[in-house]
Design a protein around this ligand. Structure first.
Ligand code: HEM
Length: 402
């Protein structure tokens, strides 16, 4: 996606963009930003309409007038996946994996996810420091290992797998030579691609009971199967779409629960964690914005959007819109109803939502059970380096064990 709007370019602004969103919802709910060459849309009703109308607002970046081939090598592969395809191709591609992510299939993974969360916490709580980093010690490794297990990556390769995944989600930064960054990315992508190509060949030859086998053997509507590149793109999409987002959901939840003194309450009533996580998805949405391209001239409020224009739908702002949510800037852990757009809406509604919800609730249940107190250490929070993902790079907490 294009760079940040100028208004959010400072660290402070991106850590707390919500006042700016409010101003924009009131004064310029649909505005054109000449410096990025795209439209920004801030109100709930408009964001929902854009995500729900893929005839008018396409996910295909190639339709944009100012489209340029991406610098990051894996993006080209991603453009062939469901995330960047409109129906009917989208539905066909999503159909290759969607049953594996249905709530019933995902519920069956709970014991494994719990074991993994417990192991990670046992390690993190082992050395009696009384401090841990929520991101590095817990929220980051959990989803990477879960998706590796689902795909069928053997246990002994998971560390390597995690390192590739780290590199792929890393963004370039001002103090990083772009060339060195691109080289690292290319190297990781090549290694990971050749690893996956081997796995793909192996599962074609002798399918097993894992997601990789499903990705390579499932028939498409015309009886064909995904090409090697198609299968690889799907794997990378699952990694990229599922890991950093879930990490930030868990981290943002710890921030919210601490800020609102909820840990004791949630320890006493773990069943309330699920609903509190929905409120985190609304209040500090791990994905703040999604991009679309207008496929025809369209008027939104008083804005004349032209075919080929890029449109950024600000989920993070929609989720704070007073027109939809009473007391929208308050964190209400048992908010109901809570029709947030944290997982998107419509055709591209998050495939991994049931998995993300399960991982986050198990992670927070275990964190609550195994500690008697938690407080975030007053640290200089650094926002995640991404114009789309919202969270912090690291979140140190002090705890007492239960
Ligand atoms: C799509 C958010 C976790 C896989 C989306 C979209 C959002 C989103 C907003 C819509 C994109 C659009 O409209 O263009 C999140 C959040 C997560 C999360 C906040 C965690 C808290 C996951 C996980 C997986 C996953 C765990 C899989 C392992 C996907 C896929 C799509 C998607 C494949 C594309 C669906 C499609 O195009 O039909 N996600 N996601 N996500 N997500 Fe997630």
């Amino acid at each position: 996606m294009q760079a940040f709007p100028d208004e959010l370019s400072s660290r402070e602004a991106w850590l707390e963009p919500f006042d700016w969103y409010r101003e924009m919802r009131e004064s310029a709910p649909v505005r054109y930003d000449p410096s990025r060459g795209c439209w920004d849309v801030f109100r709930y009703a408009d964001v929902k309409r854009i995500l729900g109308d893929d005839g008018t607002f396409s996910v295909n970046p190639r339709l944009a007038d100012d489209f340029q081939e991406p610098e990051r090598p894996e993006e080209g592969l991603l453009f062939e996946t469901m995330l960047f395809k409109d129906p009917p191709r989208h539905d066909e591609l999503r159909g290759v994996v969607d049953d594996a992510f249905e709530p019933r299939a995902i519920r069956a993974l709970e014991p494994e996810i719990r074991e993994l969360a417990t192991d990670l916490l046992s390690d993190a709580l082992a050395d009696d420091r009384g401090e841990l980093d929520v991101v590095d010690d817990f929220a980051y490794p959990l989803p990477v290992v879960v998706i590796a297990e689902l795909l069928g990556v053997p246990a002994e390769d998971r560390e390597q797998f995690k390192r590739w995944s780290d590199t792929l989600v890393e963004s370039s930064s001002a103090d990083d030579e772009t060339e060195a960054f691109l080289e690292r990315q290319q190297q990781a992508q090549m290694e990971m691609a050749s690893y996956f190509f081997e796995m793909i060949a192996d599962r074609r030859e002798s399918p097993r009971d894992d997601l990789m086998s499903q990705i390579v053997t499932r028939e498409l509507e015309d009886g064909s199967r995904l090409s090697e590149e198609g299968a690889l793109g799907t794997c990378i999409l699952l990694l990229i779409a599922g890991n950093i987002t879930t990490t930030n959901l868990v981290t943002n939840a710890v921030r919210c629960f601490d800020a609102h003194d909820l840990f004791d309450e949630l320890r006493a009533e773990p069943d309330a964690i699920g609903r509190a996580i929905e409120e985190v998805l609304r209040y500090r949405s791990p994905v703040q914005a999604m991009s679309r391209v207008a496929t025809e001239d369209v008027t939104l409020r008083d804005a004349e959007i032209e075919s080929g224009d890029r449109v950024v739908a600000w989920l993070g702002s929609a989720n704070r819109d007073e027109r939809q949510f009473e007391d929208a800037d308050a964190f209400v852990p048992d908010r109901s109803p809570n029709q947030h757009l944290g997982f998107g809406h419509g055709t591209h509604y998050c495939l991994g939502a049931p998995l993300a919800r399960l991982e986050a609730s198990v992670a927070l249940e275990e964190l609550c059970t195994r500690t008697a107190t938690i407080e975030t250490v007053d640290a200089d929070l650094q926002p995640v380096r991404s114009s789309l993902i919202y969270g912090v790079e690291s979140l140190p907490i002090r705890y007492e064990r239960s």
